[in-house]
Design a protein around this ligand. Structure first.
Ligand code: UDX
Length: 438
């Protein structure tokens, strides 16, 4: 979020200093690269660095003393009890406060529980205005989402400051075609027809909008997964069901894809954070507890489905897991279902090989030490009895299945992210099973 925001403001006419406490990230950005894999981001960073509108530093004073706007994009991970850890939020604000110039605007983009803004405000000098501006971009489509935004939400007490922040996003919108070309995104036609909303709210509403949106999307996924379990035992196909259900505009088709459940740096912690922050106000978010329970049940549900085909004991069975990022298009492996699935198979006694096109490095510390990490899908599949696709990377969808079958000793593919077409898999002589595909 921070890197994308910095790069896109830099490409829309502003001088941006990206500040991070990690010298390694700063070094990578100053070399003109993104510190992680994200489509189009390297290209926008290079452009910003070359034109000198973007620079990165670890020096708070240098970054903040002349800044009119400060965007806080720090992490808010979950604590063991599920509540949001706000240490980085307060630490960043406290340190920034030493250097803020009078009249500056401190913008919170990090996802925080409702009520946090008022506490941060107290840490800032009186002549700095605090604004909440939640971010909705998704990893893997960060630039696309920013340019083709549904809405920009800005909330705060000071309407002049709110309008100034909105103005910065209007600058991105004005430059969106040029930015899309720098990022090599083929979206000029979509941009021509695009209309996003600019929404002004009070501070608390802006904070609550972000977590509510994510919690609702997580709810949709868990709902789809619950129905998928029923489809599995009754002969229905979850995609056929959700295509028809989602055709009702009151429901919508998005985020009703069943699979191994949601992971990543947002949904799991935003849901648990909302449950915890509601509990502080003595409100029981039962519906979100249920969504979490369904999500947590998915990896073991899938392992049981695999056992139904391969037999109750997976001892010494050679299995390959494809995909370790929490979704396709990113190297992020935080709370990744692929890692849980690989570890569960390993704990069940299977001999597990894994492969991911971009997430090996970020996943490796979370994987059980006996799991073999491979350089290619085919090397992971070598002599495997079964393959479990955990993340639907395009290269898995486009795989030469006949060749894959030759590499394996078994014929079973469990498609945990519902990436493949059953008929195509069956035509290559492999046995297919997906989530909610009976
Ligand atoms: C999410 C929100 O979508 C974004 O608006 C917010 O700013 C940050 O959090 P992100 O975590 O990048 O974005 O990924 P997203 O595309 O939302 O997917 C989250 C998880 O849900 C992934 O593990 C994905 O595989 C899973 N998912 C998504 C499903 O299982 N089914 C779906 O239908 C959609």
């Amino acid at each position: 979020m921070g890197t994308t925001t910095a790069a896109l403001f830099a490409l829309s006419g502003h001088n941006v200093t990206a500040l991070d406490i990690d010298p390694n990230k700063v070094k990578i950005i100053n070399k003109g690269q993104a510190p992680f894999f994200e489509a189009g981001l390297n290209e926008t960073i290079i452009k910003g660095i070359d034109s000198k509108s973007l620079t990165a530093t670890t020096d708070y004073k240098l970054a903040i003393q002349d800044a009119d706007f400060i965007f806080s994009c720090v992490g808010t991970p979950d604590k063991l009890d599920g509540s949001s850890d706000l240490d980085f939020i307060f630490e960043a604000a406290k340190t920034a406060a030493k250097y803020l110039k009078p009249g500056s605007i401190y913008v919170q983009k990090s996802t925080v529980p409702v009520g946090t803004g008022r506490k941060v405000q107290e840490l800032l000098p009186r002549n700095t205005t605090y604004i909440s501006n939640p971010e909705f971009l998704r990893e893997s489509t960060a630039i696309y989402d920013t340019l083709l935004f549904d809405r920009v939400v800005v909330g705060g007490d000071n309407i002049d400051a709110v309008k100034k922040v909105l103005g910065l996003y209007k600058d991105i919108e004005e430059n969106s075609k040029a930015i899309s070309q720098v990022a090599q995104l083929d979206i000029l036609d979509e941009l021509s027809e695009h209309t996003g909303q600019y929404i002004i709210t009070n501070l608390e509403s802006a904070e609550l909008i972000k977590v509510t949106a994510n919690a609702f999307l997580a709810l949709k996924i868990s709902f789809a997964n619950s129905i998928a379990k029923l489809a599995d035992v009754t002969g229905a196909d979850i995609n056929e069901v959700m295509n028809a259900v989602g055709a009702d505009p009151r429901i919508g088709r998005a985020f009703l894809n069943a699979g191994r459940g949601y992971g990543g740096g947002c949904f799991p912690k935003d849901v648990s954070g909302l449950i915890a922050s509601a509990a502080e106000h003595k409100i029981d978010m039962q519906i979100l507890k249920a969504a979490t329970e369904v999500n947590n049940s998915m990896p073991s549900y899938i392992i049981n489905r695999v056992k139904a085909v391969l037999g109750e004991s997976l001892q010494d069975k050679k299995m390959a897991v494809f995909g370790l990022s929490f979704k396709a298009g990113t190297s992020d492996a935080r709370k990744s279902p692929g890692i849980s699935l690989a570890n569960l198979l390993y704990k069940a006694g299977a001999v597990v090989s894994v492969y991911d096109p971009h997430a090996i490095e970020e996943a490796s510390t979370e994987l059980q030490s006996g799991i073999r990490i491979c350089e290619s899908a085919f090397s992971a599949a070598h002599q495997a009895e079964a393959i479990l696709i955990a993340t639907a990377w395009p290269e898995f969808k486009d795989m030469n299945l006949a060749k894959l079958k030759e590499t394996m000793v078994g014929t079973f593919i469990y498609d945990a992210d519902n990436a493949l077409v059953r008929k195509t898999v069956a035509n290559s002589g492999l046995t297919y099973m997906g989530v909610g595909k009976s």
